[in-house]
Design a protein around this ligand. Structure first.
Ligand code: KPL
Length: 305
């Protein structure tokens, strides 16, 4: 079992929560020589069985972040609806030059986070298609090879190369981009097409390759492309549908995060995905019936549970 030894501040990372992507990132960081520490509701060190893409299993010990130590590098791979609370809770522990990396599905109001930071602190966004799941609370499996995109949302700074290197180790292969918005809209289209449908059908992503889902997927994606384009992020419908089908194929045996949330009785990210699309569309006076239908269906399904 790999054990924790305190190292240089540049190698220490605080990771929020115990979600599958956070545990994947923590495991990969530790195996690359970093010192990841978990920020949990109930602080405890976690013994974790990590299975990598080659089915190689390793037992790791992930320590919890001590409240007494300031945090200079923070990865926040939590659900969209938990981010603001997580940031507010961690603010008192952040150094004046702390770097925060958000990583979530859907869209949130970033302004509310930006205005809580002091000028030396940096905010980043990482969008990933790496797939992971937790077969048990103390296990994480890296189940699908994806890639990640990273953008800095605040002004460039001295620590940037270190952050890029760490995030490559955590969730790479990594591409650094200047503007994350076009990628966020593409990811939003993928999540709007796959997540609610798989949650409603209670099926793995691969089932959506069947012909009977084609019309719904096309309608969902067309609407997202229309809204994105109206907001200044041109998104081609055919190319985006092709990308959705690629993701369905590449993650055929995986269950989407929303399917897993619904099955586990957890809140879903529907408000940050179809809800966000509907709100933007309403302001632009664009009709998005397919996304509205998904939003309402998931609301009904989760209210029942
Ligand atoms: O991001 C995903 C999710 O499940 O949230 C996809 C890409 C749909 C993979 O399952």
């Amino acid at each position: 079992m790999a054990s924790f030894t305190p190292t240089q501040p540049a190698l220490s990372w605080c990771i929020v929560g115990r979600g599958a992507i956070g545990l994947l990132a923590s495991s990969r960081l530790q195996l690359a020589g970093y010192s990841p520490r978990l920020w949990l509701k109930q602080p405890e060190d976690i013994e974790l069985l990590f299975t990598d893409l080659q089915q190689h299993r390793q037992q790791l010990l992930l320590p919890s972040q001590p409240c007494s130590e300031p945090i200079s590098q923070l990865l926040i791979p939590v659900k969209a609806y938990d981010i603001c609370q997580a940031v507010s809770q961690l603010l008192p522990y952040l150094t004046d030059t702390a770097q925060l990396v958000l990583c979530h599905n859907g869209m949130i109001a970033l302004e509310s986070i930006l205005k809580q930071l002091v000028p030396g602190q940096g905010l980043w966004f990482l969008s990933t298609s790496q797939a992971a799941y937790k077969p048990a609370v103390d296990q994480v499996v890296h189940s699908g090879a994806g890639n990640s995109y990273l953008a800095k949302l605040t002004a460039p700074g001295e620590q940037d190369p270190g952050i890029i290197e760490a995030m490559s180790a955590a969730l790479g292969p990594l591409t650094v981009v200047a503007d994350i918005n076009p990628l966020l809209w593409q990811k939003l289209a993928i999540n709007a097409a796959i997540n609610p449908l798989t949650a409603l059908e209670n099926c793995p992503n691969g089932q959506l390759a069947q012909r009977r889902y084609q019309a719904q997927i096309t309608a969902l994606v067309n609407e997202v492309c229309q809204v994105a384009s109206a907001l200044g992020y041109p998104l081609d419908s055919n190319a985006t549908i092709a990308r959705v089908l690629q993701v369905i194929d590449a993650t055929a045996r995986n269950y989407s995060s929303m399917q897993q949330d619904v099955q586990a009785g957890r809140p879903t990210e529907i408000e940050a995905i179809c809800g966000y699309i509907c709100r933007q569309a309403a302001q632009l006076q664009i009709a998005v019936p397919a996304n509205l239908h998904m939003l309402n269906q998931i609301r009904v399904l989760t209210a029942k549970r």
